[in-house]
Design a protein around this ligand. Structure first.
Ligand code: OOG
Ligand code: MG
Length: 260
C-alpha cells in the first residue's frame, strides 16, 4: 500500500473533484493527518489549480455559524481558497453535471479594498478594509461520501468548495448593520430557513478578522480585491434537478439558483 503524503492527498482530492467521484474520509486511511498537514494539502490543491491556469480570487470561511457547526458536527471555523473557476455567473442553472451532491448556502460576501494581515486584526479594523458587501450563495460539494468528514478531512478538501454566486446589489459596509442583515432561504418558493448576519460569529466582520488572523498564523495575508465568503448563515440545502433555491436578503438583494 502506498503511504499517504500531502502530494498524494492533494492529487486524490482534486481527481475526485475533476471526475465527480466521492470517497471515504482520508483520515480513515491516514489517521495521522493533522490540521497543519491538512492545510498543506489544501495549499497543494491550490498550487495545482494555479498551475493549470486558475486564478486565486479570495478565501472563504467555513463552519462560522452554529447552524453549520451543528449540522457538520465540527465546532471550529476554517478557511479555504477560492479560484475564478468557482465563480458561477448570475442567472444560469447550477451545472449539476460538474458536481457530486451540491448543496447551497446563503452567505455575506466582502470585497477587500486593502490588505489585512493578522495576528491581532479586530472586527472593527477588518470592516474598515472592506470595500463592498454582496449577498452570496455558495455551492458546496464535499468530495466525501454523505458529507461525512473530520476537521482535517474537510480542511484538506478545501472546505467542500465548489462554486459560488454573488448577488445583484453592491453595498458599502458603512451604514449597514450586517449583524442584522437578514436572509430568507426558500426552496421552490417555500421558506425553509432564515438567519441574520449575527449567526456568523456574531457579525460577519468577526469572521473576516478570523480569516485574517488564521492566515496570519500561516504567514499569509488577505489581499486587496479578494472576495471573502464569510460562511453559511443557515444550514445548506440540497440543489436538486428541477427545483430552485432562493436567498432573499434585507438590503443585499436576492439570488435564485435553478437546480439545472
Ligand atoms: C464544509 C464547508 C462549510 C460554510 O459556509 O460553513 C462552509 C461543509 O459544510 O461541507 O462552506
Ligand atoms: Mg460556505
Amino acid at each position: 500500500m502506498t503511504a499517504w503524503t500531502v502530494d498524494r492527498a492533494a492529487a486524490e482530492l482534486l481527481s475526485c473533484e475533476d471526475t465527480r467521484r466521492e470517497r471515504g474520509p482520508i483520515t480513515e486511511e491516514w489517521p495521522d493527518l493533522d490540521l497543519e498537514s491538512a492545510y498543506a494539502v489544501q495549499d497543494e490543491v491550490l498550487r495545482r489549480r494555479l498551475e493549470r491556469g486558475e486564478r486565486l480570487v479570495g478565501v472563504k470561511l467555513g463552519l462560522t455559524s452554529r447552524a453549520k457547526q451543528a449540522r457538520m458536527g465540527i465546532a471550529s471555523p476554517l478557511t479555504a481558497w477560492l479560484t475564478d473557476a468557482m465563480v458561477l455567473p448570475a442567472g444560469v442553472p447550477v451545472p449539476r453535471e460538474r458536481f457530486i451532491h451540491p448543496r447551497a448556502e446563503p452567505e455575506i460576501v466582502f470585497v477587500l479594498g486593502r490588505e489585512l494581515r493578522g495576528p491581532g486584526v479586530t472586527a472593527a479594523v477588518a470592516l474598515r478594509a472592506v470595500d463592498a458587501v454582496y449577498a452570496g450563495m455558495e455551492i458546496i460539494d464535499s468530495r466525501y461520501r454523505d458529507f461525512r468528514f473530520t476537521l482535517p478531512d474537510v480542511v484538506a478538501d478545501n472546505a467542500s468548495s465548489a462554486a459560488f454566486v454573488t448577488g445583484p446589489v453592491l453595498r458599502s459596509p458603512y451604514g449597514l448593520d450586517l449583524s442584522l442583515e437578514a436572509c430568507r432561504l426558500e426552496v421552490d418558493g417555500q421558506v425553509v430557513d432564515s438567519a441574520a448576519g449575527a449567526a456568523v460569529q456574531g457579525h460577519p466582520a468577526e469572521a473576516l478578522a478570523l480569516a485574517a488572523n488564521s492566515l496570519g498564523a500561516r504567514g499569509l495575508a488577505l489581499q486587496p480585491d479578494w472576495l471573502v465568503l464569510t460562511g453559511g448563515m443557515t444550514d445548506a440545502v440540497a440543489v436538486e434537478p428541477g427545483h430552485s433555491v432562493a436567498a432573499h436578503f434585507t438590503s443585499l438583494g436576492s439570488i435564485t439558483l435553478a437546480g439545472g
